[in-house]
Design a protein around this ligand. Structure first.
Ligand SMILES: NC(=O)c1ccc[n+]([C@@H]2O[C@H](COP(=O)([O-])OP(=O)(O)OC[C@H]3O[C@@H](n4cnc5c(N)ncnc54)[C@H](O)[C@@H]3O)[C@@H](O)[C@H]2O)c1
Length: 702
């Protein structure tokens, strides 16, 4: 037998221990070992009940990622689980840590499942663009019911043990820290009390309701149309669970296999695996020693209680870190704190937290009008107006107040972090923490490393981001950092298209057609057109005289069309939220084209999408070549978690690699033939395209 699975016996109980550190993943050796160990247990005349449990910190946490993308090696997991399920002796899975994916599927092959406190179960395959492929979609509804199984399988959520017990996934929670002892205790009950159960494959009771009323499937699909629009595998999850209801189990397992194969063959899968691992990879900073640890953050502060400051304060409160919020005037402070409270109240109304939770979180937030109150904060995040002068003044003051070793962060969207750091005597402690709006919701956090930022200050910001549940990506200093710099280039190109012949609704339709949840111009209306207008006025003095300038947005602003908040912007709004194309805007656009003597021409969806993506990729390649982004995957994660780039396309750099850099470059050169000034190919893109390489290959070789 392989070392990865060990068989032993204590009294009448056969013990099958999985030993494949760190997480007992289901490698080929484990699968073969399980098959052999259950066989041995079945053949052991002294063993009356067989218990499977995991060595180390967890039960089986899932498939072995080292086998991803390789040809499958027998025995198949489904076959092994079939053997466990038809074993001649009662079987007990004793769960601690996590039983995820194939791990839970193994447990569902057993007659009984017990767990110790703290355990979690789940079928997270959907997050990798696939469905559970070893019976999970057929067995889970048989123990948990169809509604719960659909929710768990389409969300991939990790379910805490108490909930798993309520749902019937776990038969008993045994209050001990020792999982082997828990398994033995339950096995002894099986012997002493003669406990019996049907194998999961033979259970049918919990399927009856959905069989009688099929609306549960229509409801699940309708929900996914909102939450998983464009994704392939969540819908296949529903198909598979539906098969559990419609087909005898062996046919259902076959159907599950077919749907699993369809997911494997879908181009979405590779992109989703890229996203899954990318989310984890960005936490690693190349060149930073593992010995660098984060500074402790037990007390925090936020300066400014506006849109961003309030959201950032909520992040701290949600993470259980006391935070002081400083404003300049009482009314601004009250407004900010009231908004925080009303956000929490809405969450409580929706059942996401209790009224006690709301009070506990509000109690962690201390309002103040005095910057001196920040003297003992370990991390201070500034979120005042986007003005370099105001920010410089705040940091000069902070330098005198903050305790030695405090990390000083700015939430600026575009401004020079080094210039801000230079206002202090401690630039090594200064960095950017660029949150996205709403700050308590959006997953992305750009952590901006200044020229002098210390590694441990950087590590502190990354660690705080992790505690907030965010995807924290390191960026160097430049105008707009990774995300907004790329956004600007892309928006500029779309504005050119407006003047050259497209309409906002056509561009937005092309962008949402690609998979973004919202169009660029609808997004502009949501954020408000005043911000961009002010930025452009600031830039008037430095804009080169011969630069192409599109004045359409200025015309809208001058007409008081500031976006959703004024009921009109790029679109008009009747209900305050739904954009309706407006002939008045079309007329303004046509006038502006005419003024410049432009012969408007129509653009196809494909042309618009190609331009948008090429603009992103070309700027992304510049960001990468200049060392602003550490790796292409960092750019991809910024766009996925900050700007709604569709996850099944993997991010702009992944998209480019898949399209082929030579093709991307050829498109860009085609655009440059007509507009050489705004389409200058990135040197890195040229280098890689000519060498026939991808961004990923370039990055992996470094
Ligand atoms: N709104 C966004 O979508 C967004 C996204 C990312 C980053 N940012 C950045 O976050 C920062 C704040 O933006 P916002 O949208 O929250 O602005 P906001 O106008 O809503 O809030 C700014 C707050 O700062 C307060 N303030 C100004 N000077 C202060 C001082 N010296 N001390 C204490 N408080 C002071 C103001 O009273 C105001 O309440 C800006 O740098 C902005 O670029 C904004």
């Amino acid at each position: 037998m392989s070392d990865a699975v060990r068989y032993s016996r204590e009294g009448a109980i056969g013990l099958i221990q999985v030993v494949n550190p760190p997480v007992n993943a289901l490698s080929q050796a484990v699968r073969a070992g399980l098959s052999a160990a259950f066989q041995q247990g079945a053949n052991d005349p002294e063993a009356k009940v067989l218990v499977i449990y995991g060595d180390g910190r967890t039960f089986i946490a899932g498939a072995d990622i080292r086998e991803f993308g390789k040809p499958p090696q027998p025995p198949a997991l489904g076959t092994v689980i079939g053997e466990i399920e038809t074993c001649s002796k009662p079987t007990v899975a004793a769960i601690h840590g996590t039983a995820l994916g194939g791990g839970l599927e193994v447990a569902l092959g057993c007659l009984f499942r017990v767990a110790i406190p703290g355990a979690k179960v789940g079928l997270p395959e959907v997050k990798l663009g696939i469905i559970p492929g070893a019976g999970g979609t057929q067995r889970l509804p048989r123990v948990a019911g169809v509604t719960a199984a659909l929710e768990m399988i389409t969300s991939g959520r990790h379910v805490p043990v108490e909930e798993a017990a309520d749902l019937g996934i776990v038969d008993a929670i045994i209050d001990t820290k020792d999982v082997k002892a828990a398994g033995i205790a339950f096995a002894q009950r099986v012997i002493a009390e003669g406990l019996t159960a049907l194998p999961v494959r033979d259970r049918d009771g919990k399927l009856a309701e959905a069989r009688a009323d099929r609306s549960v499937f229509a409801d699940a699909r309708k929900k996914l149309e909102k939450s998983a629009r464009g994704l392939f595998s969540p819908f296949r999850c529903v198909d598979a669970v539906e098969a559990a209801v419609d087909l005898p189990i062996d046919d259902g397992l076959k159907r599950e296999r077919e749907l699993f194969q369809q997911c494997m063959e879908s181009p979405q899968r590779a992109a989703q695996i890229h996203v899954f691992f990318g989310e984890r990879e960005v936490a690693k900073v190349p060149g930073m020693s593992k010995d660098i640890t984060a500074r402790p953050v037990n007390k925090a502060a936020v300066i400014g209680a506006g849109t961003m400051g309030g959201g950032i304060a909520m992040c701290f409160a949600n993470a259980g870190i006391p935070v002081t919020v400083v404003e300049t005037a009482q009314d601004a402070l009250d407004r900010g704190l009231n908004r925080v409270r009303s956000n929490y109240d809405i969450s409580a109304k929706r059942g996401r937290m209790t009224p006690d939770d709301v009070e506990a979180r509000m109690a962690l937030i201390t309002p103040s009008l005095d910057l001196a109150d920040l003297h003992d904060a370990d991390l201070i995040i500034e979120a005042v107006f986007e003005s370099l002068d105001v920010k410089k003044e705040v940091f000069a003051k902070l330098d005198k107040i903050a305790k030695p070793g405090a990390v000083l962060a700015t939430n600026t969207s575009y401004l020079d972090v080094d210039a801000i750091a230079a206002m202090t005597s401690r630039p090594a402690d200064v960095l950017g923490m660029h949150f996205f709006s709403p700050a308590n919701v959006m997953r992305l956090l750009e952590v901006v490393r200044g020229a002098k930022t210390d590694d441990d200050a950087l590590r502190t910001a990354l660690e705080v981001g992790r505690k907030f549940g965010k995807v924290a990506v390191v960026s160097g200093v430049c105008d707009g950092f990774i995300g907004n710099r790329m956004l600007r280039t892309y928006k500029t190109q779309m504005d050119y298209l407006l003047e050259d012949g497209a309409l906002p609704q056509e561009i937005d339709a092309a962008i949402t057609g690609f998979g973004f949840p919202m169009g660029l111009y609808a997004m502009g209306d949501l954020a408000g057109l005043d911000i961009g207008y002010m930025t452009r006025r600031r830039e008037d003095a430095t804009r080169p005289a011969d630069a192409r300038y599109v004045a359409i947005a200025d015309r809208l602003y001058e007409k008081g069309r500031l976006g959703q908040k004024t009921g009109a912007g790029w679109y008009r709004y009747e209900d305050g939220r739904t954009p309706i194309p407006d002939p008045e805007v079309d007329a303004i656009i046509l006038e502006e084209s005419q003024k410049k003597g432009i012969n408007r021409r129509p653009f196809t969806v494909d042309e618009i999408q190609t331009r948008a993506l090429c603009a992103l990729v070309n700027e992304g390649a510049k960001v990468l070549g200049e060392g602003i982004a550490l790796r292409p995957v960092d750019i991809d994660m910024v766009w996925l978690f900050g700007y709604g780039f569709p996850s099944w396309e993997g991010g702009p750099m992944f998209w480019a690699d898949r399209r082929g850099l030579a093709k991307v470059l050829a498109d860009i050169r085609g655009f440059a033939d007509h507009d050489p000034k705004s389409w200058v190919p990135a040197p890195l893109l040229v280098e890689l395209a000519e060498a026939g390489k991808t961004f990923k290959e370039w990055s992996d070789a470094r």
